[in-house]
Design a protein around this ligand. Structure first.
Ligand code: GTP
Length: 473
């Protein structure tokens, strides 16, 4: 069965902010198959970019997950920003051009109007002089003429690259023609030919040329206005285009922002899902560990019981007795309290085995164990199998008399069991011999001292004829 990483705890690699896909098997058989499985992207998903990983903490293995790191909306943002910058630049350029154009048109218009005014002043001054026959009335003619010429040059320079330039040059020519006639009038005035001067100035040619000049000036202003409106229209169109592009850029930005927030939300949801998954896995793992720990503790306890229990009788075994005895001895020594021990042995047990067989002998030992177990009722008392058919009973805190009574109680309880023992020369039933030793441990004694005494008492009981209790004072 393949095992998946989401059945264990995960550790996300640092810097992993992208979407992680489904878990992939990580502990399947090693080799090309396993490695290819960890590297293969999840079906239906795009190829992974980057190399974010998920670590299986329980197994210490790492699996690579397909991750979406491409950001198509970024190009949208770039495009939008580029478009915005472009439209801003174009807008600024158009505004600057428009302002410059208006300024230029204003200058040209002012120049043209000034030309008409100056020309009218010139004619009026000359006409006044001729009508009044007073040449001095045309004193400012030269100055006005100089101003008119300068204004004409200025307008010519301003309209140099415009369609209007031809019209202005034509005006200039007309103005020159007028000057020629005016100069003739001046010459007539100097020789006091006032009538001829009058005829030249107010006769048909000059007046007509003057009228044409004025009409052409007005037409030039009209053309200028037309040109201005034409250019304004072009700039307005450009402005409209930039406005549309700006709207497009803003819409693009909004779209990219929407995509970005959608992506962020998806990533957040994915991260939350992964965290939730990881926490579930951790919980499951912890639960598993808790269960395993409890099982282990139970097994250890069982092991402890088994290692300290005699398998045949269910009493404490020799190992447990040795440990317990050392402990009780030390406690009695420390607290100067009495401690007693009974050593007992089944009488003629070899004969029992020989007569009833070994399995029956085992059963007999089991019943002896049950008798002993029933005899130790107070806290701290312990019955143990000492070895073979020999048993021992530890009685902490009892007087020698109480220990003796307990031993006699065991003797009677065993007799009451009435286990037949036809091969025994002592009685027709199974009997015990018991040796009791009791006292308050002395620091000069070893912990084997009381045991040795009890063993001696047991020997004495055997020697005395068995089926009895002997004690050491
Ligand atoms: N069935 C059985 N017999 C055991 C076990 N352990 C020791 N024995 C037997 O117990 C017998 C002890 O015999 P002996 O030491 O001669 O002592 P006894 O026959 O009881 O004689 P006394 O102790 O002098 O009364 C031996 O035959 C052992 O084989 C056991 O676990 N099961």
């Amino acid at each position: 069965m393949p095992r998946f990483v989401h059945s264990h705890a995960f550790a996300l690699s640092p810097g992993q902010g992208s979407v992680l896909h489904k878990a992939v098997p990580v502990d399947e058989p090693s080799g090309a198959d396993a490695s290819s499985r960890t590297e293969r992207p999840t079906r239906g998903r795009p190829e992974p970019e980057g190399d974010p990983t998920v670590t299986d903490v329980a197994q210490g293995k790492t699996a690579t997950f397909p991750v979406k790191t491409g950001m198509p909306f970024l190009s949208g943002i770039h495009l939008a920003v580029l478009l915005l910058l472009l439209t801003i630049a174009v807008g600024m350029y158009v505004d600057a051009q428009s302002e410059q154009m208006h300024r230029q048109h204003l200058k040209i218009q002012t120049g043209l109007e000034r030309m008409v005014r100056l020309n009218q002043s010139l004619t009026s001054e000359l006409a006044t002089a001729v009508i009044e026959k007073n040449g001095e009335r045309a004193a400012s003619y030269d100055s006005l003429h100089g101003q008119l010429d300068a204004t004409m040059q200025e307008v010519l320079a301003l309209t140099q690259h415009m369609a209007l330039a031809a019209g202005i040059r034509a005006l200039h020519e007309e103005q020159r023609a007028l000057r020629v006639q005016e100069n003739q009038v001046f010459a007539l005035m100097r020789t006091a030919q006032w009538d001829r001067a009058y005829q030249t100035l107010l006769g048909g040619d000059y007046v007509l040329a003057l009228k044409v000049y004025e009409i052409n000036s007005t037409t030039a202003v009209g053309t200028l206005m037309l040109d201005l409106s034409h250019q304004s229209q072009q700039q307005d169109r450009l402005r409209q285009i930039t406005l549309v592009l700006r709207i497009v850029a803003v819409l693009l930005l909004l779209w990219a922002g929407w995509r970005y927030s959608k992506r962020l939300k998806a990533e957040l949801a994915e991260q939350l899902r992964l965290r939730w998954q990881v926490s579930c896995i951790n919980e499951a793992l912890e639960e598993k560990v808790r269960l395993r720990t409890a099982e282990l503790q139970a097994a250890n306890q069982q092991l402890e019981i088994l290692s300290t229990t005699d398998g045949l009788t269910g009493l404490a075994n020799r190992r447990r007795f040795d440990h317990y005895w050392a402990q009780e001895w030390q406690r009695a020594l420390r607290q100067a309290t009495p401690l007693a021990v009974i050593m007992l042995d089944v009488d003629h047990f070899k004969a029992y085995n020989d007569h009833y067989g070994h399995p029956q002998g085992d059963e007999c030992l089991r019943r002896v164990g049950a008798v002993l177990q029933a005899s130790v009722r107070r806290a701290g008392e312990l019955a143990a199998r000492y070895g073979g058919e020999e048993f021992v009973v530890v009685l902490p805190g009892v007087t020698p008399q109480q220990a003796l009574e307990t031993a006699q109680g065991i003797l009677i309880a065993m007799r009451d069991e009435k286990i037949p023992h036809t091969g025994s020369p002592v009685a027709s039933m199974v009997t015990l011999s018991l040796g009791v030793a009791a006292g308050i441990p002395d620091a000069t004694d070893t912990q084997e001292y009381l045991l040795k005494m009890a063993d001696e008492a047991l020997y004495a009981a055997k020697h005395k004829g068995r089926n009895c209790v002997e004690k050491v004072a």
